[in-house]
Design a binder for this molecule. Structure first.
Ligand SMILES: Cc1cc2nc3c(=O)[nH]c(=O)nc-3n(C[C@H](O)[C@H](O)[C@H](O)COP(=O)(O)OP(=O)(O)OC[C@H]3O[C@@H](n4cnc5c(N)ncnc54)[C@H](O)[C@@H]3O)c2cc1C
Length: 471
């Protein structure tokens, strides 16, 4: 096939994978729920190669699915039905181009993993604050394209807040160099914002300049047991008031989710049983500060008042990492134990207890055989509401009810002023939510941008925007 020969000419013989067995991992999403064939997976090594591939595909009318670490949870980085598409995986484009310790910036190529960027920052005694369980595989291009959140949004903001500059390949194959590192630049529209959270539908990100922060000089981590989500919220608001931005992590994990996380963490062991858990971290820049003592004092007060039922303060970095690992293992545990109908809602903080109560009532009334897991980024109002099949059954057993479950959960969040997709994006799986909850004006604006930047609908078809006929 002429297209494949031309792709090999651009990226090299070994960089164009065509055999079904070689393509399979690129065509299947992390949750193993979506699989559609691509003509090939191509792995370019430079921005120039990406640009040449885009020009070639534009000329041939072949669609492009940009892909990073393929850890997305909404099937945005794998092909949708429709054929005539290639997967463009960025993992070989992974150089750290520069680190500026004075300006506190790092410039990394799109395929650098989140972990690699965090490590490069740490070697310079800096912090890149986006962090979550899949950071060993998720890539810079992927986290920017999904505007990923994670566990420290509370203090530092989501990925959007970290991006100072971008380099991207446009639908006509031109390279847009917007790799500025300035914190202030009011010279017209802030074009990089178009590509952040666009899920690969408007251009292919090839590099980014990201904001760094001083690495904390001391940190303390604790696990607290609470009666329910209302107590967890009260604990958060109290600590936030007392510690301000030094409270760098505050995760809610209900009992069933935490047990799943512990069971799927090597050496995982819960220090105490509780109906629900809050994972906390305090950070300090001042070398003289003692966050462990502060946490001990403040959590001691909550024990006395009965707000918390039990508290353990990690006595070592290893113990702290163990607590975080159990929280991070929850999605993997769900996947290994039959999967879940997953949701990623956000609601105003004050509405959290009532939203969780409404979801518990919904499951009890309409889906009583299912098991509910609730965990998430408490301080962001972002909860993962995961509804698992009855014990011993796989997700397939919920096939006929899945769409109704999701519509119910998402409607509950939106009715409370919330979002049906807080940090994972839309991909393919959240398209019904776009149809149900986005206004015609929202969708028209998004379609106008798509038409202006990608008139041939070359990039990532079948993602993010529902077909017009279906609204
Ligand atoms: C265990 C686990 C935990 C997770 N925890 C969190 C969490 O706490 N917070 C959170 O926000 N997410 C979380 N996620 C979701 C996921 O890791 C993020 O969405 C991540 O940002 C995806 O990065 P990726 O490189 O794997 O992108 P992919 O999955 O490959 O792609 C995601 C989207 O970005 C597009 N894309 C990828 N690279 C580019 C590029 N270079 N240019 C243009 N478009 C591109 C794709 O087309 C797709 O639409 C988690 C996932 C897992 C598996």
């Amino acid at each position: 096939m002429a297209l494949l020969a031309a792709l090999r000419e651009i990226a090299g013989e070994g960089a164009v994978l065509t055999a079904p067995a070689d393509r399979a991992a690129y065509e299947t999403d992390w949750r193993q729920l979506s699989h559609h064939e691509a003509l090939c997976a191509v792995l370019p090594q430079s921005t120039a190669e990406v640009a040449a591939i885009v020009k070639l595909c534009a000329g041939e009318g072949v669609k492009i699915v940009p892909q990073g670490g393929n850890t997305g949870l909404v099937a945005g980085g794998v092909p949708a039905p429709g054929g005539n598409q290639i997967i463009l995986n960025l993992r070989r484009l992974r150089q750290i181009r520069a680190l500026d310790p004075v300006g506190d910036t790092i410039t990394a190529e799109a395929g650098a993993t989140l972990h690699a960027v965090r490590e490069a920052a740490a070697r310079a005694n800096k912090l890149f604050p986006i962090s979550f369980g899949a950071e060993g595989s998720a890539q810079i291009g992927g986290i920017i394209s999904t505007n990923a959140g994670g566990m420290q949004v509370l203090s530092y903001g989501s990925t959007r807040a970290q991006v100072l500059g971008l380099e991207a390949v446009l639908a006509d194959g031109r390279i847009w160099n917007g790799l500025g590192a300035l914190r202030k630049d009011n010279t017209g529209l802030d074009l990089k914002q178009l590509f952040i959270g666009a899920e690969g539908t408007l251009g292919i990100i090839t590099a980014a300049t990201l904001r760094l922060y001083p690495a904390p000089s001391a940190q303390a981590c604790a696990l607290a047991g609470v009666a329910d989500v209302a107590a967890a919220l009260e604990l958060f608001t109290r600590l936030r008031h007392q510690c301000g931005p030094a409270l760098t992590l505050c995760e809610f994990i209900d009992g069933p989710a935490m047990q799943l996380g512990a069971a799927h963490t090597p050496g995982g062991r819960l220090p105490f049983g509780a109906p629900a858990y809050v994972l906390l971290e305090l950070s300090a820049l001042d070398a003289a500060a003692t966050p462990a003592a502060t946490l001990e004092r403040l959590l001691g007060e909550t024990l006395e008042s009965g707000l918390t039922q039990d508290v353990v303060i990690a006595q070592s970095t290893r113990e702290a990492q163990g607590f975080i690992a159990m929280r991070e293992a929850v999605p993997e545990g769900e996947l290994r134990e039959g999967g879940a109908v997953k949701h990623d809602i956000a609601v105003p903080l004050a509405a959290i207890p009532e939203t969780v109560a409404a979801i518990e009532a919904l499951v009890a009334e309409k889906y009583p055989d299912c098991r509910l897991n609730v965990f998430g980024h408490l301080g962001d109002g972002n909860l993962h509401i995961n509804i698992r099949p009855p014990a011993g059954q796989t997700l397939a057993s919920l096939a006929t009810r899945k769409a109704a479950i999701t519509a119910d959960v998402e409607a509950l969040a939106v009715a409370r002023g919330g979002s049906f997709s807080a940090e994972h994006g839309i991909g393919q799986f959240r398209l019904p939510g776009m149809r149900a909850h986005k206004s015609a004006v929202d969708l028209d604006l998004m379609r106008a941008l798509k038409a202006a930047l990608d008139p041939q609908n070359l990039f990532n078809p079948g993602k993010l925007l529902p077909e017009k006929d279906h609204i």
